[in-house]
Write a protein that binds this ligand. Structure first.
Ligand code: ATP
Length: 325
C-alpha cells in the first residue's frame, strides 16, 4: 500500500545509478546510487578520500564513470556537458579566480563567459561583497574569496547548484550567511547538491543525505529518517547508590552507561548517566519516576534526538579497531 503520509516523489534532477569510478586500479567510487529530487537540498558526506569530489566531478560531466549511469536533467553530463552546465552553478574546492583582477572585473569576465544572464550588483549584494567590489582578488580574505566563488555559482539563478565544501575555512558568521543564501536559493526553486565536512551544516540545511565510506554508500535517505534510525540520548548527573542505579538500569528500555561525574569544571560529584534509547518519552518518564522514588536530584538533565555526528561516527571504518582499508 502506498504511504499516504509522504508527498509524492518529485522528479530527480540528479540521478546516479550504480556508478563506479576508478583511478587506474584504484576504485574511488564503488557502485553508488543516489537521486536528488527537484527543489531539494542533498548533502554528500564522507571522510577524506571517500570519493565525494570524484562523484561530483562525474555528475558535472568532467569525468566518465567506469560503470553505471549518471543523468542530470535527464541528460548524460559527459556527452551533454554544455547543456548541463548551462543549467548548473558550480563551486569547486579550488577556484579559478584571477588575483590581479578586481572583484567587479572578475565578475565581468564571468558575465562574458556565462550563458546565464545576471547583474554584477545583484550577486555582489547576495554574497555580501558590494563593499569589496573595487579591490583586487589578491587582497580578499579566504572567506571573501569563497563568497566570490559562490557569487559565480549562483550567477543567473541556476536550476541546479553544486557546491563542493562551500563553507570550509569560513568564520562562523560567514558560514551562517552562506547557509541563509543557500536556503534562499532553494526557496526560489534551486536544487542543491553539496559536500561538507561540517555535520551540523548538513543536518541544518539538507533534506536528504548520502554518506560515502571508502567509496561506497554507508548511509542514505531523508535526513529525518536517517536521524530517526539512531537512538535518542538522555543524559544527566546524579548522586545515587550503585544499587539505585542498577534499579534504574532495569527500569529503562534503553542502554544505560555511567561514569563518575565531578571531574573537570562540572563541580558535581556523583554519576554521569547516559541512556541511548529508541523510546525517549517512556524512558524520560521512567527516569523521573525513579528520581522521585529515590529523592534524587537530576543535574544537567537533557534529552536530545541523535545528531548526524552520531550517525557518522557509527560508520564501520570509524568504529574503534577498524580504521584503514
Ligand atoms: P576530501 O574530503 O578529502 O576532499 P573526497 O571524498 O572528495 O575527499 P576524492 O577526492 O574523490 O575524495 O578522492 C577519492 C579517492 O581517490 C582518494 O583516495 C584519492 O586519493 C583518490 N584520487 C583522487 N583523485 C585522484 C587522481 N587524480 N589519481 C589517483 N587517485 C586519485
Amino acid at each position: 500500500m502506498p504511504d499516504s503520509s509522504r508527498p509524492p516523489a518529485r522528479p530527480a534532477v540528479v540521478n546516479v545509478r550504480s556508478v563506479s569510478c576508478r583511478y587506474g586500479d584504484y576504485v574511488a567510487v564503488d557502485d553508488v546510487s543516489l537521486a536528488v529530487p527537484r527543489g531539494s537540498i542533498h548533502a554528500l558526506l564522507g571522510t577524506n578520500g571517500a570519493g565525494k569530489t570524484t562523484l561530483l566531478e562525474t555528475i558535472q560531466g568532467f569525468r566518465r564513470p567506469a560503470a553505471g549511469s549518471v543523468r542530470v536533467f535527464d541528460a548524460d553530463p559527459w556527452s551533454h556537458r554544455a547543456a548541463v552546465a548551462a543549467r548548473t552553478g558550480t563551486m569547486l574546492q579550488e577556484s579559478g579566480l584571477v588575483d590581479e583582477m578586481t572583484v567587479t572585473d572578475q565578475l565581468s569576465l564571468w558575465k562574458g563567459v556565462s550563458v546565464r544572464e545576471d547583474e554584477i550588483g545583484r550577486v555582489l549584494e547576495l554574497v555580501g561583497l558590494t563593499h569589496r567590489r573595487k579591490v583586487p582578488v589578491a587582497v580578499l580574505s579566504g572567506g571573501e574569496r569563497r563568497r566570490l566563488d559562490f557569487a559565480m555559482a549562483l550567477w543567473g539563478d541556476p536550476e541546479l547548484v553544486v557546491l563542493d565544501e562551500p563553507t570550509t575555512g569560513l568564520d562562523p558568521q560567514s558560514r551562517r550567511t552562506m547557509w541563509s543564501i543557500i536556503r534562499d536559493l532553494n526557496d526560489r526553486g534551486a536544487t542543491v547538491l553539496l559536500t561538507t565536512h561540517y555535520l551540523d551544516e548538513a543536518q541544518g540545511l539538507a533534506d536528504s543525505v548520502t554518506i560515502l565510506d571508502r567509496g561506497r554508500v554507508a548511509v542514505k535517505g531523508r535526513m529525518s529518517d536517517v536521524l530517526a534510525a539512531i537512538p535518542s540520548r538522555i543524559a544527566f548527573e546524579v548522586a545515587a547508590s550503585p544499587e539505585a542505579l542498577d534499579e534504574l538500569d532495569r527500569r529503562v528500555s534503553g542502554e544505560l552507561g555511567r561514569i563518575p561525574a565531578g571531574g573537570g569544571d562540572s563541580g558535581h560529584a556523583g554519576e554521569s548517566v547516559t541512556i541511548r534509547t529508541p523510546a525517549p518519552q517512556d524512558d524520560v518518564a521512567a527516569v523521573v519516576d525513579w528520581a522521585r522514588a529515590h529523592g534524587a536530584r537530576l543535574e544537567r538533565f537533557r534529552c536530545a534526538p541523535a545528531s548526524l555526528e552520531e550517525v557518522f561516527f557509527e560508520l564501520p571504518s570509524l568504529a574503534p579497531g577498524k580504521a584503514g582499508r
